[in-house]
Design a binder for this molecule. Sequence first.
Ligand code: PHE
Length: 346
Amino acid sequence: MQEQLAAILATATAAAPAIATRPEYESFKARIVGPNGSLTAAMKGMAGVPKEERPAAGRLLNETKGALESLFAATLGRIEAAEIAARLGAPVDPTLPSPDDFAGSLHPLTQVREEVSGVFRKLGFTIAEGPEIESEWVCFDALNTPGNHPARDMQDTLYMPPGTRCVDAPRRGVEAYVLRSHTSTVQIRTMLRQEPPVRIVAPGRCFRRDTVDATHSANFHQIEGLWVDRDVTLRDLKGVLDFFVREMFGSGAEIRFRPSFFPFTEPSFEMDVRSSGLGRLSGRWLEIMGCGLVDPRVFENVGYDASRWTGLAFGMGLERIAMLLYGIDDIRHFYANDLRFLRQFA
Ligand code: PHE
C-alpha cells in the first residue's frame, strides 16, 4: 500500500509540469481520482489491508490525497494564468520602447514664459511671484487705482465671496479679495517686502470677467516687470524693451511707444513691435504691452521715498506673445489640451 501511494504521487508530480490545457488537466485528474483512477483503486484496496495496519495506511492515504489536491490546484492555477496572459497578448516587457513615441513636452505658454523670463534674466532681473487671490488693496488701491475706476467694477473684476481670507495679504481699509486682474500686484508685494534697488519680472495667471472668444479668455497669463533704482529713466525703459523684442522677435525687430494711461505709471505707454520674422504679420505694428515710469503715488503707498527713487514698469500678456510668435489665431487653443495642437511645440 505504502509503495503504491508513493508511486501514484511520484507519477503525478512528474506528469504535472507538462499539463498545458484544461482538457489535458481534466484527463490527468481523471487518471488519478476518476472512477478508474489510480488513487480510487488504492482506496478500494484499503479493504484488503490487515486491520492493525489500517490506521497507518489511512493516514498515509489522506496525506497523499492532500498532496495530490495541492498539485491539482497548482496545475490549474498555472493553466489559468497562461490563459489570462494569452488573452492580454504577449507578456508585457516594460523595457520595450512605447508604440506612442511622444515623450511629452512643455506647454507653449510655459515655453514662452521661460523664454521671456530668460531674456530679462540676462538683464539682471530676478523672478518674483505672488498669489492669484489678492487683496483689493494690493490689486487696485496701492496701484493708485481709485474706488471709482472702471477696472474695479464687478463687471470687470472677479471678486471673492465676502468672508474670504487670504494668507499673508497686506490689507488696508475694507477687507475684500479678488482674483488678480493683472500681475502688477507683484510690484506692490515686492516693494513692501524689500528696499530698492528692485529688478524683477513676475510671470503669473490673471483673471478677468471676459467673455471667451478668439482673443479673450477669463483666465490668462501675464509677465510683469519692475525696475526701481536711482535715476531709472525713459531711456532705460526703451533700452530694456528694445533688447527684449530683438531677443524675442529677431535682431531686426523695432519698437514704438504710443502715449496711454495706467493709474500706476506716469507717463504711460502702449508699446508696439514690428518685425520681418512674423509670417503674415510681418511689417505690421503689433501692440504687445503696457509700460511706463512708476507713478510716485505708488512709491508712497509702499513706503518708498519718491524723491530718491524712480522706476520703470511693464506688463504683457503671454498668450499674446505666443500667438504672435507662433502664428496662433485663437487663444482657446492654449487651454483645450488637444495633443494635435500641443505636439507642434514639442
Ligand atoms: N497692468 C497693466 C495691464 O494689465 C499692464 C501694465 C503693467 C502697464 C505695468 C504699465 C505698467 O494692462
